[in-house]
Design a protein around this ligand. Sequence first.
Ligand code: PHE
Length: 447
Amino acid sequence: MVKGRERWASKIGFVLAASGSAVGLGNIWRFPYVTGEYGGAAFLIIYLIAIVLVGYPIMVTEIAIGRKAKKNPVGAFKALAPTTPWWLVGALSVLTGFVVLSYYSVIAGWSLAFMINSLGGFPEGIGVAASIFEVHTSKVLEPIIYHAIFMTLTVVIISAGVVKGIQRAVKFLMPVLTVLLILAVIRSVTLDGAGEGLAFLFRPDFGGVTAETILSAVGQAFFTLSLGMGAILTYGSYLSNKDAIPGSCVQIIGFDTVLAVIAGLAILPAVFALGFSPREGPGLVFVILPAVFGGMPLGTIFGFLFFLLLSIAALTSAISLLEVVVAYVIDEHYWPRGFAAVIIGIIIFIAGIPPILGYSAWDGVSFAGMNILDTYDFFAESIFLPLGGVLTTVFAGHVWGARNVIKEANRGNVSLKVGYWIAPLLKYIIPLGVIMVMIMTIIEDLD
Ligand code: PHE
């Protein structure tokens, strides 16, 4: 439709780029610590259910909307439902992209810093490992510099365009990252006392499950699959009509889920074996993995490689976040790509400074007991993403029509078709279910 709009170079190009978007800090940094925080196996099971019942239908829908409209999120809703206010859902996506990338880049910056610092070797012993994280985050300038470096890399790739920039990086990165994680798993599960961590991860206790647990599992499903904010929709807009949507979704989701579980296995058994608490919060991976690698033969090399790959995995996700905002200003306001990437990159960089200061100069600032970074993350994951996802399903189910979603998704060379079972999910079950869980969480919190 739009003249000169880029296309993925091949079918595998889309699957790789979307997997690159999905697999990132969400799997390796976020999944283990929220699973730890919300009690382990019961959380894991609810999360897996959310992946199938919420994640899969929404991913199919976002890609179908994107491919049909061949537009950024705002333009896509305008194209499919002209003269209605549904484009506001696209606007919410663009706003969410801003918020998520601003703190995502801060955490990716931690990963870069750990990569560089690992060259000096990770010291043995958990106490020391814990203090490395504290020492790093309590500084001001260093985290800001790493955040700036990471945003610069993201801007450079997005300026180069989606296809060239993203496709190549992802292809070799994913297999290597998987191998390294598996090495960490082997080390972690063979530590003395790892059994307790395995039981925590696989023996469910539903006694402690609250609405907040469910909302966090659903939010994690959105976050890890890059859903609810137009990132996958935007990538779908570069997809050709011949490519199969349902099969691609199964591959992307399968890979993302396997990697999250592997990351959980690499981290949680070691948490227990090393006598640490699973409720450590956002620092968990940065405390545990250096300790795991530190006690391993060739630990320095593995540690360095691990944080290198984690940084690259974060980069292929960050690209998809920035692309949402950049595609919007290119399509709707005719900004040149390079200019858009730089200006928006700078604004997002500035928005990321308060979360950094929240660990040092502004460590007294809190919102409902959370520091600034946790507050950004809370709004993104517990409110913006689920809300964006719900509004997308309502739009797809009732405005554009579930029939049209399914027709668009099953177009092309599809061997696996998406069934009509997703229609009631899109129309009623997902929106009502997610809104109910959100309301129950608020009521819980008021008690
Ligand atoms: N899915 C990415 C991750 O797991 C994060 C992300 C969220 C990317 C939303 C794009 C959109 O790290």
